[in-house]
Design a protein around this ligand. Structure first.
Ligand SMILES: N[C@@H](CCC(=O)N[C@@H](CS)C(=O)NCC(=O)O)C(=O)O
Length: 284
C-alpha cells in the first residue's frame, strides 16, 4: 500500500475517474440546459403547427383531384373557383346518373357518394361551400375572393349560404323539378325564385357584388352558378329581364371573370342540352 508506484497509479486512476465524472455531468447539463429546450422549441414551433397545417406536411406537390358533374350548379361553382384561382387540378367527370355511380373506388373515398368532392394531398372534402372556402384559403393569392377580415367574411358566408341552401333548394323545386318530374312546380316555389332574383339585385346595390365586396367574391361565384342555370328556362320559368338589377350584376360578374367564365359557359350549354333532353322539350 505504501509502495509509491502503486500509490501514484491509484491517484491517477481516481483523478481520471473524476475527470470522466465531471465531463459526464457537464455533458448532461449541456443536454438538459441547451439541447432539450431547443428540441422542445423545435417540436412546438415547427412540427406541431405543421401537423395542423397539413399543406406543410405534403412532401410532394401532387395535383389536386376534383370529382364533379360540372353541368350541375353545385359543381360549377367549384369549377369556377378553381378557374378564378388558377388552381392546377385533375378534373374527374363523375356522371351521377350513370348506373355505375357510385363506383366502388368513389364510394371508398367518399361514402356520401356526392359531387362535388375534392382530394388535395391528405385533405378530402365534400360540400361545395366547404371546398370553395378551402380553395380560397389555400390558393387565394391576394385573398380578394375571400378576404381575411372577419366582418367581410361574415357577409360573404351569409351570401354563400344563401346561394348554396336557399337558391339551390329553389333550383331543385323549379328547374330540376321540370327536368325530372316534367310537371309544373308549386306556385310558391316560383314565387321564391322571383324573390331571390329580386334579392340578388338588392344585395348588389351597395358595391356591385352580392356580398358588398369591391370585386367578385366566392359568394358571387356561387350565386352566379345557380343564376346562370335559369338562362335557358325563361319561357317556362321566369323572364330574367324582369330583374334588371340582377341581370346587370350577372353581366358585371361575367366581365370580371374573363377566361374563367368560359368553362362555366360551356357547362351551362351542356346543362341546357341535358335538361332539354331529359324534360322531353318542356323548356322549348
Ligand atoms: N350539399 C351538397 C350537395 C351535393 C349533392 O347533392 N350533389 C348531387 C349532385 S348536385 C349528387 O352528387 N348526387 C349523387 C348522389 O347523391 O349519389 C354540396 O354542397 O356539395
Amino acid at each position: 500500500m505504501n509502495n509509491p508506484i502503486i500509490f501514484s497509479i491509484t491517484a491517477v486512476k481516481s483523478e481520471s475517474t473524476l475527470v470522466i465524472q465531471t465531463a459526464t455531468l457537464y455533458g448532461a447539463q449541456v443536454v438538459v440546459g441547451f439541447f432539450l429546450p431547443a428540441l422542445t422549441a423545435f417540436v412546438f414551433s415547427e412540427l406541431l403547427p405543421a401537423k395542423r397545417d397539413k399543406s406543410k406536411m405534403d412532401m410532394t406537390k401532387a395535383k389536386l383531384d376534383f370529382y364533379a358533374f360540372p353541368i350541375g350548379p353545385m359543381c360549377r361553382c367549384v369549377t369556377m373557383t378553381l378557374d378564378v384561382l388558377k388552381v392546377d387540378h385533375n378534373l374527374h367527370i363523375t356522371d351521377i346518373f350513370s348506373d355505375k355511380h357510385p363506383t366502388f373506388e368513389f364510394h371508398a373515398m367518399n361514402p356520401q357518394d356526392t359531387v362535388p368532392f375534392m382530394k388535395d394531398g391528405s385533405t378530402s372534402l365534400t360540400q361545395a361551400g366547404a371546398i370553395m372556402i378551402y380553395l380560397a384559403d389555400k390558393y387565394g393569392g391576394d385573398k380578394s375572393v375571400y378576404p381575411e377580415d372577419m366582418w367581410i367574411r361574415a357577409k360573404i358566408n351569409e351570401r354563400l349560404f344563401f346561394a348554396l341552401s336557399d337558391m339551390y333548394e329553389t333550383f331543385r323545386h323549379t328547374h330540376a323539378h321540370y327536368t325530372f318530374a316534367k310537371t309544373d312546380p308549386a306556385p310558391n316555389k316560383i314565387n321564391a325564385l322571383r324573390k331571390q332574383l329580386k334579392l340578388i339585385g338588392e344585395f348588389a346595390a351597395k358595391t356591385g357584388f352580392v356580398a358588398e365586396t369591391k370585386s367578385v367574391s366566392i359568394a358571387d361565384l356561387a350565386v352566379y352558378a345557380i343564376y346562370s342555370s335559369y338562362t335557358f328556362t325563361q319561357k317556362k320559368l321566369v323572364n330574367l329581364d324582369d330583374f334588371p338589377e340582377a341581370k346587370a350584376w350577372a353581366q358585371r360578374v361575367v366581365a370580371s371573370l374573363n377566361d374563367a367564365e368560359k368553362s362555366s359557359e360551356q357547362y351551362v350549354k351542356q346543362m341546357e342540352q341535358f335538361s332539354r333532353e331529359k324534360s322531353g322539350g318542356i323548356f322549348d
